[in-house]
Design a protein around this ligand. Sequence first.
Ligand SMILES: O=c1ccn([C@H]2C[C@H](O)[C@@H](COP(=O)(O)OP(=O)(O)OP(=O)(O)O)O2)c(=O)[nH]1
Length: 213
Amino acid sequence: MNLTKLFEAQKALDERITKEKGLHGQDLLHKKILAFNAELMECANEWRGFKYWSEDQEPRTSFIHECPDCVEGSGWAYQNVEIEGPEGLDYHSVGFKCPTCKGTGGAGETNPLLEEYADVVHFALSLNLYVWNGNPGTVNAMPRVFDTIEQQFIEIGGEAYKLYENADVFMHSGLLLANVLGLGQVLGFTEDQIEAAYFAKNRTNHKRQATGY
Ligand SMILES: O=c1ccn([C@H]2C[C@H](O)[C@@H](COP(=O)(O)OP(=O)(O)OP(=O)(O)O)O2)c(=O)[nH]1
């Protein structure tokens, strides 16, 4: 994985957010750790494999979006038309194949697990940059994998807690990133998938800043 490219993109995004939200000089460590943990747990929730009480432990890797322009994803849209009849003007609702989705009812597929993982990668990089004072200190991080996916999530949280404790933050920020890369691997994502999802969300994050999110 070309972490240098990802770090550059993350640095540009973080600097933009800091500037546009007027955060320069503020201590953001606790907020970033909490944001990281929140995204990590959202990712765990989409993975679902720890939900031993449920019949449904399948990862959420596919979500078909409903077309916004047709009725309940049916592929049909309706238009009111005026028809001149024997008793004057009459109004009818006329159905036609939805032009937006061409009658399929769908508006594309996304991968919720991968999208949440891309948010985890964002905050892992962001935390690294923060700890290393804006320098991408751990570009050589390699995926670190634990015995089970449950452990993988817990170990990642453990590294975030080390940053909160201010315990050897240079080492633990690197381990946090290594564990996050390992998570991508054990969730079954390829490097190409991860990079593509990261840059797609990075663009969305820039757009959100531009539109006053
Ligand atoms: O300093 C920052 C702050 C945020 N982000 C990114 C990480 C993540 O990709 C996104 C925040 O997560 P999300 O998109 O889930 O935002 P939210 O506000 O939690 O979403 P929602 O409004 O859906 O709850 O912003 C950064 O990269 N650097």
